[in-house]
Write a protein that binds this ligand. Structure first.
Ligand code: ZN
Length: 244
């Protein structure tokens, strides 16, 4: 596991069993202003042409064909899509909003790259006997059991939690805290440790090893967008995961 840089695009790369996981940073994209610069999200008002260019730049920098990247519109729910072929609308490559909703993805097909976009929520990859899973989950997704459900679908053995907001910076309301009363070690005053909750949930489903990159999107502003830090008008970094 290490930062790798290709054509100026910096991402954190992990090789886990038969899968490759890439957690992208915000560096060296085409977007400007609040979206500077490698913004791969369309939901906050950036120019679609810039987003399309950034998505292709990220996938190209790690050797992935942008037409083989599959994604969905993220809605903080618990639906999982199993991908068997490239998206017909190739939304990633074309810089469009996908027409399907899902926050969890899985595949058994080598070379098909699952994608989620985040700015504080956790990107979590799970590699197992029945394939590869990738989820986007904030507290709502964790409360809905999305990471666990995805791990169960792929008979998860090893998981990696990517960059997300750390307990250092994540003060939440009673609505979020009350969902996780069974994880007392994930609470510190009003702060919540999403990665700790996710790790415990995954271990409980039988995942044997849960790694974390231990990077806080709020603290590390040079590398990551953060919704909490920057407000509504900011970008999203991309995570790509595929079976080799
Ligand atoms: Zn922090």
């Amino acid at each position: 596991m290490a930062w790798v840089e290709n054509d100026g695009v910096k991402s954190w790369r992990e090789e886990v069993a038969n899968a490759t996981l890439v957690f992208g940073s915000r560096r060296r994209g085409q977007s400007v202003g609040s979206y500077a610069s490698l913004n791969v999200g369309l939901g906050t008002g950036d120019h679609p042409a810039s987003v399309a260019s950034n998505r292709c730049r990220l996938s190209a920098s790690v050797g992935v064909d942008p037409e083989k990247v599959v994604m969905a519109r993220q809605v903080h729910a618990d639906r999982i899509i199993e991908h068997e072929a490239p998206d017909p609308d190739t939304a990633w490559a074309r810089g469009e909003v996908p027409d399907r909703d899902a926050d969890g993805h899985m595949t058994k097909v080598a070379g098909l790259a699952l994608a989620v976009i985040t700015a504080d929520c956790l990107p979590v990859a799970v590699v197992g006997k029945k394939g590869l899973g990738l989820v986007h989950c904030g507290w709502r997704g964790l409360a809905a059991g999305l990471a666990q459900k995805t791990a169960e679908r792929v008979a998860g053995e090893i998981a990696v939690i990517g960059p997300g907001i750390g307990a250092c910076c994540y003060e939440v309301g009673e609505d979020a805290r009350s969902c996780f009363a069974e994880y007392p070690e994930a609470h510190a005053d009003r702060h919540l440790d999403l990665a700790s909750i996710c790790r415990q949930q995954l271990l409980a489903t039988g995942v044997q090893r849960v790694q974390s990159v231990d990077m806080c999107t709020y603290c590390e502003d040079e590398d990551f967008f953060s919704h909490r830090r920057d407000g509504e008008i900011t970008g999203r970094q991309g995570t790509l995961a595929w079976l080799n």
